[in-house]
Design a protein. Structure first.
Length: 255
């Protein structure tokens, strides 16, 4: 009996060690070179919760033309949680590129590559490429949601105050608004919500939310350090992202 117990304990310990090894976050993408000094610009007239947020994270409202952000993630695939790394590249007014590597033992085993350029998106996943009008619309909303890492760009949209801690952003080029919630003590943007297409064959868009759990400051700009993404038909987020670095106003190539 003791031998069976010892064997079972050893097997359990091996399984735990293997799980930890497979769940280990990889090294991030290389940090990009920093951009030039920021150019300040006037703060427009905005609803109170939006103005308080921007005064907190970017008091000089620097001009932001592009950004490269890098970090690590854990992604829920069925019952599994897999680690990986991400790099998002934005050119304001044109689009973005998402590079997401799923890893095991710190090495890439699969890559997702999404490009959204001049109103058209293409999602290249292992074994399939997805595109179409619904993917374009979803990418456009995602782009504006990700401008939380380029906060000055959010000041260019039309905002409507709902109450002291929430506001509605009329997303340029979309018939779906982004609803924003702000922390009443810190004034930070805690959550974005909208209706968004998940796939090209979806009959209806689904509730979609991003939640900012922690914040950091890079080059004087307040940005989310930890964020989650969740669909309305899910009980918990399918993606948890942590930020390692960000640079702004650098040359980028979205192709």
């Amino acid at each position: 009996m003791k031998r069976w117990i010892a064997a079972g304990a050893a097997a359990a310990a091996t399984a735990v060690a293997a799980h930890r090894a497979l769940s280990k976050l990889p090294e991030p993408f290389p940090s990009p070179q920093p951009g030039p000094a920021f150019e300040p610009q006037p703060m427009p007239d905005l609803p109170e919760p939006v103005a308080a947020y921007l005064h907190t994270v970017a008091p000089d409202l620097p001009v932001m033309r592009s950004a490269v952000t890098i970090g690590r993630f854990t992604m829920r695939l069925g019952r599994l949680q897999v680690p990986g790394r991400w790099r998002f590249t934005h050119e304001v007014g044109r689009g973005y590129r998402h590079e997401m590597d799923i890893t095991a033992l710190g090495r890439r085993v699969a890559r997702g590559d999404e490009r959204y350029l001049d109103g058209h998106a293409e999602l290249d996943l292992p074994g399939r490429v997805t595109s179409g009008p619904k993917i374009d619309a979803a990418a456009h909303l995602s782009m504006w949601g990700e401008y939380v890492w380029l906060p000055s760009v959010l000041a260019t949209a039309q905002w409507e105050e709902i109450d002291a801690v929430s506001a509605r952003m009329r997303v340029p080029g979309s018939d779906q608004p982004l609803l924003a919630w702000f922390d009443p003590q810190t004034h930070l943007l805690t959550r974005f919500e909208t209706l968004r297409w998940r796939g090209a064959d979806d009959p209806e868009p689904l509730p979609w939310a991003t939640t900012n759990l922690a914040w950091t400051r890079i080059s004087g700009i307040g940005v989310p350090a930890v964020a989650t993404v969740q669909w309305g038909d899910q009980k918990q987020p399918w993606l948890r992202m942590s930020l390692d670095d960000a640079v702004w106003n650098v040359p980028v190539d979205l192709r």
